[in-house]
Design a protein around this ligand. Sequence first.
Ligand SMILES: [Zn+2]
Length: 199
Amino acid sequence: MTLNPMEKKEISMNVFYALLTALNDIMGQDGKNSVLRYAKLDKYIHTHTPDEISMDEKIDYNIFHSLINSMFVLLGFGTSAILYEAGRKWLIYLSPFGLSLDVMIKKLENWIGGKWDLIKKDDLEIVDVYECPICYGLKSMSGKPICHIIGGALSKIKESETGEKYDVIEDKCIALGDKCCEFRIVKKYKLDVKEYLKE
Ligand SMILES: [Zn+2]
């Protein structure tokens, strides 16, 4: 049975504000505001991130989905690297602590939904995301995977856990018709993500 992420209805509010803060860092205030405006989320334009967001506070999944969709439309085409970088920044605001990959993917599952599995094969780590809350309802226009935000976030998690540099490559994507989004975690010297993200 496939669960529709929309049916989850709510995600953690901290995730939403962390993404807004990351967008602000990368695109500046005007850039972030255009993304919000396109998403018809104008009411968040002049809203400051609350100082303390309790982990129990929730926000409607549709709000998060509109923001993600707007990022894809305004940033996504030809700028996968920006989405990847947004994912890395997002993670910094979500969790400043060096938590392990398996702990963090369970947190992400809790915060934004989907079903996240960590698979370890020899020295390779793979994360499978079923019912992916990022590309839900979207189709890739480029014939390539589109969930670079998750890729960026996973690379940052792995780096803060180990102190070493990692890249993350999305090999499968629900937006391409695959049954899950699959992310391969690779030590940086073995592969350059910039090559992969090139359009
Ligand atoms: Zn995907």
